[in-house]
Write a protein that binds this ligand. Structure first.
Ligand SMILES: Cc1cc2nc3c(=O)[nH]c(=O)nc-3n(C[C@H](O)[C@H](O)[C@H](O)COP(=O)(O)O)c2cc1C
Ligand code: SF4
Length: 481
């Protein structure tokens, strides 16, 4: 499955990229040359976050691999990924990967756990990133590492491929898309259960602090539980309804961590906008019909009268609130990989549960970068990390260094690119150029594989995954599709 948009690899110069963006009627700052650290790259500038001085402006986003042992402890695949995070040259590792605070909150049976029985496993992951970084770069006291804490909510799959959802409220479109009985009230987490879950987040945060993580990310993005609560307008009780009620779960976790784990910094990865869920198909992506649902009350950061459009009023108010609570940084993301992958991770080749891109993926890149710019402009005092740059491919460093210089964002995060080409930050800072053969071309195998119950990794470009038996299964699956 592919479409006829020009591929980024076919754009032969920065100017051709500029022209393509102009055709699409969007604009991004783009530098002509990639600067090394020695030549004054803005990406080499340190930044203070909380009381930590982070060594540069590259960040590694959380990237899970569906590859932990069943008890949540790391396998060799997991450890290899964290070693790569350390070797990347980025001085910020935002969360590493989503670690579930309770076993039933896992998004897959092989998700890393932030539970007491995996204490040693989390310590090994932290050590893997830090020690490789120290060995390669000679300095790790400017490497800021956090752990991403999660509950998967609507997308829990703790035992097998079957969904075992726990939801904040019944969502008319997502219930239908994922086969949830709209009358099953037992799936809705009760306030008592929410209170107990808050305890688990605090317990996991305490453990992360004891192990030496600098911060925890209270994950509030991508359709998972804490993100869903932000749009729980129809939920009764203290964790739903108005803005204060809907943000109460997130703010309570943060306040409790600050109170009970002093010294641990808290960050939040936030989906600052969303859209109407899209239909899975082999055709060009279309939103599920929503005309009967207007004004649309089921999204966070969407215009209720035209829910395909962004409305950042509430997300910006939330970021201001988080700043007031002492949150040290926000990692700006959007949407969800389960129901709007073209928004969350723009790609020319869709994942198996996706659809053909309904727009040139460059528009998706611009949308995320520009929304982050608006957030940064509105709350300049909050350090922010940007997402969605991988589809820029060969031109990622050109845009990354320009947005930092222009103050659109404070740090540029890498998602998929870190799977195919982990040391892109180190290469560009040292040599001012990248190894084109290793650039992620958004084949989406790293998303398709886990959708088929396989471990995630860059099967097309990383020789380690290319050599695994799973590579053949992914290939065969794509052939038969
Ligand atoms: C295989 C895979 C695993 C991911 N795992 C996580 C995760 O554990 N936590 C998270 O917040 N985002 C996760 N993401 C989303 C990425 O962090 C990132 O937001 C997304 O890939 C878009 O950035 P990019 O364009 O640089 O790839 C994952 C993405 C992929 C492709
Ligand atoms: S499988 Fe590799 S090339 Fe494809 S999207 Fe993932 S990281 Fe990129």
């Amino acid at each position: 499955m592919t479409t006829s948009y020009p591929k980024v690899a076919q754009l032969k110069s920065v100017n051709q990229l500029r022209e393509r963006l102009a055709e699409l009627e969007v604009a991004l700052p783009i530098d002509d040359e990639v600067l090394t650290a020695a030549a004054g790259s803005p990406l080499a500038e340190p930044i203070s976050i909380g009381d930590f001085r982070v060594g540069n402006r590259w960040c590694i986003h959380p990237m899970e691999g569906w590859d932990a042992n069943r008890d949540g402890s790391p396998t060799d695949h997991t450890l290899r990924r964290w070693r790569h995070f350390g070797l990347s040259g980025a001085k910020m590792i935002w969360g590493g990967e989503a670690a579930a605070v309770v076993p039933e909150g896992r998004a897959n049976p092989n998700q890393t756990l932030a539970t007491p029985n995996n204490r040693a496993g989390l310590a090994a992951l932290l050590h893997a990133a830090r020690s490789t970084h120290l060995e390669k770069f000679g300095q790790a006291d400017d490497l800021w590492i956090g752990l991403q804490l999660t509950h998967s909510g609507r997308f829990c799959r703790p035992h097998d491929k079957r969904l075992e959802p726990r939801i904040a409220y019944h969502h008319p479109l997502l219930d239908a898309k994922f086969g949830i009985d709209a009358d099953d009230e037992l799936l809705v987490m009760s306030d008592d259960e929410v209170e107990r879950l808050i305890d688990e987040f605090v317990r996991a945060a305490r453990m992360a602090h004891e192990l030496g993580f600098h911060f925890v990310d209270v994950k509030s993005c991508h359709g998972y539980l804490l993100h869903e609560f932000l749009s729980a307008r129809t939920r009764m009780g203290k964790f739903g309804g108005d803005f204060t009620g809907r943000t109460r779960l997130l703010t309570t976790i943060i306040q409790r961590i600050h109170h009970e784990v002093p010294g641990l910094a808290v960050g939040v990865r936030l989906s600052v906008f969303d859209t109407v869920p899209y239909q899975t198909s082999r055709e060009i992506g279309r939103p599920l019909p929503y005309a009967d649902l207007l004004p649309y009350g089921w999204g966070f950061g969407v215009d209720s009268h035209d829910p395909l459009q962004i409305d950042l009023e509430e997300p910006i108010a939330l970021i201001q609130k988080l700043h007031g609570l002492g949150v040290v940084a926000v990692n700006v993301s959007c949407g969800s990989p389960y129901y709007c992958p073209h928004v969350q991770r723009p790609a020319i080749f869709p994942p198996s549960d996706g659809y053909l891109p309904p727009e040139d993926p460059l528009v998706g890149v611009w949308r995320q970068i520009d929304a982050a710019r608006q957030c940064k402009e509105a709350v300049p005092e909050m350090p922010m990390i940007g997402t969605g740059y991988t589809y820029l491919q060969d031109y990622l460093p050109h845009v990354a260094q320009a947005v930092i210089r222009e103050g659109w964002i404070d740090s540029v995060g890498l998602g998929r690119m870190v799977l195919s080409y982990p040391d892109l930050p180190a290469d560009t800072l040292a040599r001012g150029e990248l190894a084109r053969k290793r650039v992620c071309r958004t084949f989406s195998d790293c998303t398709t594989a886990p959708r088929q119950g396989l471990i995630s990794g860059c099967y097309p470009l990383d020789p380690y995954y290319k050599a695994l038996p799973e590579a053949e299964i992914v290939k065969a699956f794509k052939r038969d599709e």
